[in-house]
Design a protein. Structure first.
Length: 672
């Protein structure tokens, strides 16, 4: 039986899971549709998914239509779960992009479209929710053609609109399909059908040289040749057909299923996959075995599950395979295929299959698995950097003891999470792709028996100087026997380097053997600046004079004196506070541009520019990190969940005087 693998992708809330349910019910895989609102869908079976009514993980479900087995990968829409989205796209051979008939192309649509573009995925575009108020297929089609790169063209047109949406017209066949029957095109649609059919035919013939010649010569092209060329173009990603549907009412689903069964690319049509060293693997059973892990998860009962896409060859239960990413051999005793939450055991996995391996420690998301006698590495699964962080605190000492092991499991399952101790603030920082992502991560820790709380992390401010100043550092102590004596004069000045130290001692007023101790004393002292106790940077310190005692001077005495001198000089050198800044890129539909820019200005941001991309605007700004620590939730509220953003560290900048005063006051209270 023929097999097809397709990822269903799109902006959050466009109805991907509802469509999956409708397809399962339509093909008889389920007796009736589950509902997202009721938590009864086959895709969203996790507790967090049912609780929130959103997809968090990618589910693989099997449907059969027209003699074709279609593995549907229902991916999340939230950008917080980018690992799941990218994994689903790469594991499949084609993508079904879902767009709302009401909202049109949104930020999430463009994001997944660009990912599919990067991986050369053939695409079918379904305009869902055609039965909703304000649904407009033609406006959305124009939006798609303007906003999304590539040759998108209508292959079907809607019959009726909004609540009256009752069927679709197949443009190539000039045939109408309603919920109850098929027949001729409605008389009032004849002209528009011919108009859009002409556009479709022209788009098809442009993908085939022989048809182009015949078309330009006004030679007749029979329907079979046109249909065959259409399917070849869809398989090859040369044409992106668009059709209207309603997952809720089921209108258009028969045509969508037919298009999926006939128009989705087969694993074999995908062609050879190339490793990082230039080796290739053809997607056939005759090749040496190779696969990539596109997702891992920790099941409380089964343990670790590695989801794999087999690229070439055959893997049988008990075969030894090599993980070339980590250089370890593994031997899976059991092999499975996926159908929702069920793992169905099989004896082998062949080229093109999506399966699962269990209880294998040395396997991680993005790893390459292969025949040990024919090693290959397909390279890493690139993922974006986190955009939001929380400071994590264990509820009890017992939770603290268990936190490390539990967090290791969490990071193993989700590589878009980062966890580290901030050396400057002493906090344990968990970073992820958004507030929802982090909330779910902490809920998973609780399910592992580790209770934690999260709060906004402290900002690791820095201090520096704006002037040149000199001061004496003198440490003199006599307590019987040998005393302690160290005396040095230091000059502090601004520097473009993080820290510079130099000696201008002449005449032996301080023996050279004590200079390293002076440098060490300054280095330690600059870890707590004179203004608010933050680390000092961009400073140059010169020791230029001093004195010593033949008996009482020592390394520790000069180290102590240097600390005293540095603090005294810094207080005179116009100390100032620095704050970390980031480069922020916000992608929002054009209508939200004014609101977003206005909000950024209240956050002390410097807007650098705006780049229009169809109906979406990318706003670039430099903004203090302290001002965007809750930006994920704020942007979602501001744009109705239609915005996205990324951040990159951009160094430090001076804090305004009015803000500095508040920070210093709060810091002194904290230290007190």
């Amino acid at each position: 039986m023929r097999v097809r693998n397709v990822s269903i992708i799109g902006h959050s809330g466009v109805g991907k899971t509802s469509l999956t349910e409708a397809l399962l019910a339509k093909t008889g895989a389920r007796e009736r549709m589950g509902r997202v609102e009721d938590g009864t869908t086959a895709s969203d079976f996790g507790e967090a998914e049912r609780k929130r009514g959103i997809s968090i993980t990618t589910s693989v479900l099997k449907i059969e239509h027209e003699g074709v087995v279609i593995n549907v990968l229902d991916a999340p829409g939230y950008a917080d779960f980018v690992r799941e989205i990218r994994g689903a796209i790469r594991a499949a051979d084609s993508s079904l992009v879902l767009v709302s008939a009401v909202s049109g192309v949104e930020v999430g649509t463009e994001r997944v479209w660009n990912t599919a573009e990067n991986f050369n995925m053939p695409r079918i575009i379904a305009v869902n929710k055609m039965d909703r108020e304000r649904a407009d297929f033609y406006a959305v089609l124009a939006d798609i053609r303007t906003s999304l790169k590539g040759p998108a063209v209508a292959a079907y047109l809607p019959i009726g609109r909004e609540a009256g949406f009752g069927g679709v017209v197949d443009l190539l066949a000039r045939k109408a399909y309603t919920a109850s029957a098929s027949g001729d095109v409605p008389s009032d649609m004849t002209d528009i059908v011919e108009e859009y059919r002409t556009t479709l035919v022209e788009s098809i013939v442009e993908t085939d040289d022989a048809l182009t010649e015949a078309y330009l010569a006004d030679e007749p092209i029979d329907d079979e040749a046109l249909q065959a060329a259409f399917l070849r173009a869809v398989h090859g990603g040369l044409l992106y057909p668009v059709l209207p549907i309603s997952a809720f009412s089921g209108v258009g689903l028969s045509c969508l299923l037919h298009l999926m069964a006939q128009g989705l690319r087969s694993p074999q049509e995908r062609g050879a996959l190339t490793g990082v060293d230039g080796q290739k693997r053809e997607p056939t059973d005759d090749e040496k075995f190779s696969a990539r892990v596109w997702r891992t998860t920790i099941d409380p009962f089964v343990g670790k599950i590695a989801y794999v896409r087999v690229w070439s060859g055959v893997l049988k239960a008990g075969d030894t395979i090599r993980n070339t990413t980590v250089g370890a051999d593994v031997r899976p005793a059991h092999l499975y295929v996926l159908n929702g939450k069920d793992l169905v055991e099989v004896g082998e996995l062949t080229a093109g299959m999506i399966g699962a391996l269990t209880k294998i420690a040395d396997v991680h998301t993005g790893d390459t698995l292969c025949d040990p006698n024919a090693p290959i590495d397909f390279g890493p699964l690139y993922l974006p950097d986190p955009v939001m962080s929380v400071a994590v605190t264990a509820a009890t000492r017992a939770d603290e003891d268990k936190l490390g092991a539990a967090m290791s499991k969490l990071l193993e399952e989700d590589p878009t999470l980062h966890f580290e101790r901030n050396a400057e603030t002493g906090e344990l920082i968990l970073s992820g792709m958004g507030d929802t992502h982090l909330e779910i991560a902490m809920e998973k820790l609780a399910m592992m028996g580790v209770k934690v709380s999260g709060r906004t992390p402290r900002i690791a401010y820095r201090e520096t100087v704006r002037a040149v100043a000199e001061a004496q550092g003198k440490h003199k102590k006599q307590s019987g026997g040998h005393g302690q004596y160290g005396d040095c004069w230091l000059r502090v000045s601004p520097s473009s380097e993080d820290f510079e130290f130099a000696s201008e001692i002449v005449g032996g007023v301080i023996p050279s053997k004590y200079v390293p101790s002076i440098e060490k004393g300054v280095e330690e002292a600059r870890q707590k600046g004179a203004l608010a106790g933050y680390r000092v940077q961009n400073v140059k310190v010169v020791v230029y004079h001093g004195s010593y005692h033949d008996v009482d001077s020592s390394d520790i005495a000069f180290k102590t004196a240097a600390g005293i001198g540095f603090r005294a000089a810094m207080e005179k050198a116009r100390p100032t506070l620095l704050e970390p800044i980031v480069t922020l890129k916000v992608r929002v539909p054009a209508q939200f541009t004014g609101d977003v820019i206005g909000d950024l200005q209240t956050r002390r941001a410097r807007v650098q520019g705006m780049e229009p991309e169809g109906t979406v605007i990318t706003i670039s700004a430099v903004v203090p990190l302290a001002e965007i620590q809750t930006y994920s939730a704020d942007l979602r509220s501001m744009t109705g969940d239609r915005g996205g953003y990324s951040v990159k560290p951009a160094g430090y900048q001076e804090v305004p005087a009015n803000v500095t005063e508040k920070i210093v006051t709060a810091r002194k209270a904290e230290l007190a």
